[in-house]
Design a protein around this ligand. Sequence first.
Ligand code: FPP
Ligand code: MG
Length: 324
Amino acid sequence: MQIEDIILTYEKDLKLVEEFLDKEQNSYVKLIPQISSHIIASGGKRLRPLLLLISSDLFKYCEERRHVLAAVIEFIHTASLLHDDVIDHANIRRGRAAANKLWGNTASILVGDYLYATAFRLLTEDGDPVVQRIISSATTTMVEGETIQFIKSGDAEITEQEYLSIIEKKTAILMSASCALGAALAGQPQESIRTLSSIGLKIGVSFQVTDDTLDYVGVKEEFGKNIGMDLREGKMTLPLIWALKKGSLAEKEAVIKIIKHKSAEDEDILTIIDFIKNYGGIEYALGKAAQYIGEAKALIKSFPDSSARKYLLSIADYVLNRNN
Ligand code: FPP
Ligand code: MG
């Protein structure tokens, strides 16, 4: 089953989520909805809302609240992207000019703050302390992950373990929370919540590893972002970490020189892409992503067969095989 089929199956639910997103971003300060709708309506796959909806379906929970909470998660995700694009000096997001390029850093940060605050207002209105704990703890973890990444920027000594810990925190934790919420809303015991949390975390790690691989070998028009950006930002990701471990000392020193030189030329980026490819960095990273998806699928299969279980399995496959 393709992701498009799942989106179609959840069309009615996703429409309700969209309605909440639309309504709640609508400040009387018109610049806010103008900027937020630029990114919210830019064709994201709504992967996190889908994970929440499907996870709650796994336990046959389908009350109205889940649409609000799916919107809360999407708001936090969108806020983090607005801030992330400022941090990363991004030019493009989802194939369109990034908000920071169109309206500047200040406006992007403020609109990110607005969406983030809106998410927490909705969370307060929902009033469930279990749900509040899952979402607030995921959000603080995301900031910690992004901060560790900043500290480790340009550090050629970074280990695979440190990298995996960063992406678990900055990316995977929100997917983990999305899945855990499905079980929590349905009033499932801690053990189920933990299993769903683990499924989301593994899917999320795989998502970021494939994202980091596409940053080297993706097609700009499909990926919706410029290629080679991570290197330009000094972001040390798995394909490079692997090649640095395998390459000679001389090669390593040459690569470090390029990374330290903040404004790397296209030619330098191509040199590093070749270096990564020569040492099998792309295959290694994709193998690692596949390993996480394998583990996630094994956990998904611990639940009895159902449509929701099939959808979760298909989402896991999609995350591994996507090109955008
Ligand atoms: C994208 O990573 C960014 C994230 C996954 C998380 C960013 C988190 C923060 C800025 C902190 C949390 C902030 C709020 C408001 C909740 P990437 O840069 O590797 O991917 P990209 O290529 O898509 O930009
Ligand atoms: Mg970024």
